[in-house]
Design a protein around this ligand. Sequence first.
Ligand code: HEC
Ligand code: HEC
Length: 252
Amino acid sequence: MISHTLVVLLLTQTPPASSAAAPSDDIAEAYVARCSGCHTVGGGALKGPDLAASTQWPRASLRLAVAKMEKNVGAMTDSELDAFTDFLLSPELRPRLEAARAAAAQKLQAKLDPPSASTGEALFEGITRLDGGGPACSACHRVAGIGGALGPDLTHLSGKMDEIGMVSAFQGANFPVMRAAYAGRAVTAQEAVHLAAYVRSKKDSEVQTGPYSLVIGAGVGLGLATFAALAALLRPRRRQSDRNLDLGRSNQ
Ligand code: HEC
Ligand code: HEC
């Protein structure tokens, strides 16, 4: 799939900062780019099950399960299937995953403009058009009370997925309805980074109390559509400061 090729290219083009100390772990980075949007290892279920249990499976069963993922990630060669299977069975799985996530975050940071929640908000709501010409996320998704309801509410997404997982999921369009909507017009890595910053900022802002969250809270609590519309009108158009990718967070 084009979007995955883009991520993989992105992840493989920049040499690691300290290549002598940490040789690049290609399959771990491919896993982060192609699989971690739907799976954690020990961090709970996302779209797909937590893979902690399946790392204990016999190799043949695990390889079959990985092969079934072609429906999600596109075709894999035999050697890729072997490599993903062996990666999941590796006793070093967790540290390798951690290192690959950190490397991926670093490469995203090096190659792209820093994440901007306000740019992400404009993209999410369709105020800025997506480069590929795909529909705005808010056509189908809600964040903090604003947007459509065909897809799941994304307000708390960043509680279960870290930035790298979100960036991978946003570009991958691995969900059937979205795959159709973004076929041939994939979200770019840069757009995904801004969108992730926006989703993240909404989760953070919900923790604060203030008139804005009270309005949203009342709207949700009373379940009145008019309240949601009012909240949209009252919503302050404040600038949100850029956020850097947070390397400390992980969902493995
Ligand atoms: C779009 C989301 C998605 C992506 C991307 C994805 N998976 Fe999955 N995965 C699932 C779902 C859903 C299941 C549950 C079984 C099914 O649907 O076949 C699953 C099941 C599995 C299982 C079996 C686990 C179990 O406990 O049943 C393994 C192993 C697995 N995936 C590995 C991978 C690998 C490796 C990749 C990357 C190459 C990957 N997955 C990419 C969604 C995804
Ligand atoms: C045409 C409607 C549509 C558009 C546009 C759309 N999505 Fe989706 N999205 C969906 C649907 C429906 C699902 C649930 C799919 C499923 O369960 O298989 C989904 C699922 C997701 C998920 C997984 C959520 C979870 O809790 O596992 C993420 C993340 C996501 N979308 C992000 C986005 C982003 C970011 C955009 C904008 C770039 C976007 N979507 C645009 C319809 C859409």
